[in-house]
Design a protein around this ligand. Sequence first.
Ligand code: IMP
Length: 503
Amino acid sequence: MIRFSSIVRLNQPVRVSLQKMRCEPPLFAAWAELALYSYTFGLRVWYEGNSLVTHVVIVGAQWGDEGKAKITDMLAESADVVIRCQGGCNAGHTVSHQGNVFKFHLIPSGMLYPNKLCIIGPGTVINPHVLLQEIDTMQARGYSTANLRLSDRAHLTLPFHALLDKARENALAGKKIGTTGRGIAPTYMDKVGRNGIRIGDLYAPQSFLTERLTHTLEQNKAQLSALAVDIPTLSDLQAFCKEIAEQLKPYVCDTVALVHQAIKRDESLLFEGAQGTLLDVDYGTYPFVTSSNATAGGACTGSGVGPSQIDQVIGVMKAYTTRVGEGPFPTELHDHIGKHLLEVGQEFGTTTGRPRRCGWFDSVLARYSTQVNGLTGLAITKIDVMDDLDEIKLCVAYEHRETKERFHQFPSHITTLAELDPVYETFPGWKQPLQNIRRYEDLPTETRQYLKRLSELSEAPVQILSVGPERDQTIILEEPFQKTASLKKKEHSHGAQEPSLIS
Ligand code: IMP
């Protein structure tokens, strides 16, 4: 692919020689220069209109379950490669397409398109049985998995990791985290403790794998026995590895090499985040978090792509807030409205089936999400769930229960967060169904008023609005892949300016 910069470079000597010719004969030189400029400009317009390549990160901007899978599935149409970067089968991504519902835990949500390369990246942790089951299900439903690739750097969840996860959680008695019980924390603990087994180890010389399995067993024995979990034998683990190695083999490769080949071919990348910002191990409501970086940085470390390659970061947020598991949640509703959001929004965990805790939209949290992810835009989902509400509240700040001090920045410590009450602005409900609306201008004034304030306080423009579960039940204010192209055009001329999208 020819880059615009190289066109300019190629034309430079010609332009210089034309300038030299200016005096003799001047008219011809001026005409030729004009023709050359037109040609270059034409090429530039063609190039910018058709070939600008965009790399977009999708992150959950609340506590997970924001509807990332629908947005990923929808944007995947414009991407060439879709990459899952972190987390494991604790994620539950639901995609609804033409009335068919697909639930993914590990497979990227771009898999429904036949021609997209779908990568499970180095930052993920893999329960092979869950992955193989998903592959079987996809194939049984008539979808090819030929374009699926699994990183040889990803870590393997061994059978004892899930047992350990549940046993650790039970031992916490009244201080439970509310994990999904899928062995995610124990797998990441072994990873950072350098005791982990990577997918690539399955194909290393036998002696290497045996040494690694012996080491991981030794390192975990004390904890397994303290928590009364059956300690597997080395041969149990060897048998497990042998069985899955064969089945996973067609999918395993060095995905870093693959992604960079795609970048060289000027292909567009879509990074699919899992969980959400407030579940991020560094920026979430620690310790009520998952064990990976669910924020935008995790897309880089979890895929092997540098930050300079990322053009857009889209934060997916529900028009209200939910969370599963334990931990403080300032806008949580324990009344009939919380119940309404739970029931109408079908807020039950995809992975565990647990009911989610529901509350009003929290713009302090949303702004924090904009900060730590560098959000360039928002995708607001499930706004239709609020269609029947008489009035809608939006948390605009927190107030300390005792001192009445106002907080506009999300606190770094959960003990502070637990002492804060939400300060609300109240909006009238729109009291009409939104699911069939496809243009922003056709939304009721009340909906637009709510979204405008939400966007203002979140300090990011609303780019996508989801009004129902289906792919087409979406209002696109600015398609992220096209937005980058238009911003890049502006940079060429005046420098980038953030457009105001809603009024
Ligand atoms: P873990 O990731 O299973 O260790 O669980 C840690 C916390 O993250 C718990 O509160 C889980 O409910 C939450 N969690 C993990 N994955 C998801 C997800 O995909 N959506 C929402 N919450 C999640």
